[in-house]
Design a binder for this molecule. Structure first.
Ligand SMILES: NC(=O)c1ccc[n+]([C@@H]2O[C@H](COP(=O)([O-])OP(=O)(O)OC[C@H]3O[C@@H](n4cnc5c(N)ncnc54)[C@H](OP(=O)(O)O)[C@@H]3O)[C@@H](O)[C@H]2O)c1
Length: 285
């Protein structure tokens, strides 16, 4: 297969390039700005991919609240443009979405049949992107993931490790629960999915759930760093964008199609920290 990866310099895009054994066309915003339909059509026509994996997104959840047009342009119109162009050249499309399309109520993991109800601009723009993909590209997979961390780029794990290294006492939110997800494990499943015709909506997160505090305490404990950490509430740590309190996802569609081989979040983060320790705190591809 020939695969086009958009947003190729981000955490997920980089991991896809590392793992893919197919022919890859890697494109970030300099090669193709997904907000421009003509530019999207042109790269797809020129490269004629069999599959497209869209990793491009406006991922700064708080900034989305004030930069609404730009967030919508990337997360919704960008997805629409890729869906139109993929459909025109009969390529399959994987579009990555998020647990933030749900409102965070309830206490049971959300399944693919549950109705989204976003609570933030980021969530709304990602949900509209999903709807455009379904509308314009039948040969598509929408894959919702959560709390993603990869070797390249910024993420919660790196932020907390850096803060701990600087010796600061840490306070981490303990009343939001979800599924920390390794970009390594998500990538394995994306590459498997794109080779099938099992189109539809998927949840794909590492198995098991925890709070941000439990997550941080777990990986800091494995890191060998000296640290002090305390749980706090969302109220004590106000942010511009509302986060879902409970956004755990159930990988039902994976189980029923290609198989759910997502590890437990504990095993996945243990591997990440092993790598971190081996590289003395520096991550490089
Ligand atoms: N990170 C998470 O915790 C998380 C959780 C759930 C779902 N997701 C979803 O997972 C996917 C991958 O996330 P990630 O963490 O890998 O994101 P990321 O590291 O922020 O990477 C996104 C990439 O897209 C690029 N980009 C931005 N605007 C673009 C445009 N107009 N055209 C082309 N490329 C553009 C960015 O470039 P610049 O850096 O130059 O802007 C960046 O290289 C996204 O769909 C995201 O919504 C992420």
């Amino acid at each position: 297969m020939k695969l086009l990866i958009t947003g190729s310099r981000g955490q997920l895009g980089t991991e896809l390039q590392r793992q893919a054994r197919d022919e890859i066309v890697a494109a970030d915003v300099e090669e193709v700005d997904i907000t421009e339909l003509d530019s999207v059509r042109s790269i797809i026509k020129k490269t004629a991919p069999d599959g497209i994996i869209n990793c491009a997104a406006y991922t700064n959840v708080d900034k989305c609240e004030t930069d609404r047009d730009a967030a919508f342009a990337v997360n919704a119109l960008g997805a629409r443009n890729l869906a139109i162009a993929a459909s025109e050249c009969c390529a399959k499309l994987i579009h990555i979405s998020t647990d933030y399309v749900f409102d965070g109520s309830g206490s049971e993991p959300r399944r693919e049949w549950d109705l989204p109800n976003p609570q933030s601009v980021y969530g709304y723009t990602k949900l509209t992107g999903e709807q455009y993909v379904r509308q314009f590209c039948p040969r598509s997979f929408i894959v919702r993931t959560a709390w993603l961390y990869g070797y390249v780029g910024t993420n919660f794990v790196k932020t907390i490790l850096n803060a701990a290294k600087s010796g600061k006492p840490l306070k981490v939110v303990d009343d939001q629960r979800g599924n920390p997800t390794s970009a390594v494990d998500l990538t394995k499943h994306l590459l498997k999915l794109i080779s099938t015709e099992e189109f539809g909506i998927y949840h794909c997160t590492n198995n098991g759930e925890c709070s941000w505090y439990e997550f941080a305490d777990r990986f800091l404990g494995l890191s060998g760093l000296k640290y002090t950490i305390e749980p706090c509430t969302t109220e004590e740590f106000p942010r511009p964008a509302k986060r879902p309190a409970y956004s755990s996802l159930d990988n039902m569609m994976l189980r029923l199609t290609i198989g759910d081989e997502m590890r437990s979040w504990q095993d996945a983060v243990a591997e990440y920290i092993e790598h971190y320790n081996r590289e003395s705190g520096e991550f490089e591809l």
